[in-house]
Design a protein around this ligand. Structure first.
Ligand code: SAH
Length: 227
């Protein structure tokens, strides 16, 4: 009887071994490089941040696969390649003040936080907002402020921003967001109806006007418009 218990214990130990997160994370970084991510600072912070801690337990074992994952409330954490690409497009400098709309799990905010001076991130779903506040606090991201509320019109209180990132897609770019962007600032956003193809755009605000570059077709959850 004793042997049987010991045997079962050994078997469950062997098969329920916790994944080697560091190793999995390095594999993810190699994939990002293969897909064309070149910015060393972006690769370096993504190789440090424990993405699995931002993912609900049920899906945690897939944390370092290059795929979006459910985070509850019909929302998803973006695929690592898209996080890396959007961060690269923002060309973040250490003194930057950044606004993110759509905190979700808090992972993208963590990536932004490691590269910049301060991050303001807004989440409309109360539960996701408090969950990301908690995890970012636990991981000691003290330069990130998570605001619970509607970010469709940005966050005037701390404007203007050097960089703005939308991680939910509006049908059109809200005018108010451009007002909250500094001259020479960059705004990256997926735009378009969820039923159609959305495009990821990079906008650069110059003294002469707005420069708009389309990057790739994407699929994001819609940005909720309350007003
Ligand atoms: N950046 C996230 C993923 C974003 S998913 C991450 O790293 O996990 C998109 C998020 O945008 C969802 O959580 C959704 O609730 C939020 N959202 C949608 N419309 C919003 C709005 N108007 N204001 C703030 N958040 C919004």
């Amino acid at each position: 009887m004793k042997f049987k218990v010991l045997f079962l214990f050994l078997i469950s130990f062997l098969f329920c071994e916790t994944p080697n997160w560091d190793k999995e994370r390095q594999k993810m970084i190699e994939k990002l490089k293969e897909y064309g991510i070149r910015n060393q600072k972006v690769l370096s912070v993504m190789s440090e941040i424990p993405r699995h801690k931002f993912i609900p337990e049920y899906y945690r074992s897939y944390a370092y696969e290059d795929t979006p994952l459910p985070i509850g409330f019909n929302q998803t954490i973006s695929q690592p390649y898209i996080v890396a690409l959007m961060t690269e497009l923002l060309d973040i400098q250490p003194e930057d003040k950044i606004l993110e709309i759509g905190t979700g799990s808090g992972y993208q905010a963590a990536v932004l936080g490691k590269l910049s001076k301060e991050v303001y991130t807004i989440e409309i779903i109360e539960e996701l907002c408090s969950r990301s506040q908690k995890i970012l606090k636990e991981l000691q991201f003290n330069n990130i402020q998570v605001i619970c509320g509607d970010g469709y019109e940005g966050y005037k209180e701390k404007a203007p921003y050097d960089k703005i990132l939308l991680t939910a897609a509006p049908k059109e770019l809200p005018e108010e967001l451009l007002k909250q962007l500094k001259i020479n600032g960059i705004l990256v956003a997926p735009i378009g109806d969820v039923k159609e193809i959305q495009i990821l755009y990079k906008f650069t605000k110059t003294k002469e006007g707005l420069k708009k570059e389309s990057v790739i077709p994407v699929r994001f959850v819609p940005m909720i418009k309350k007003k």
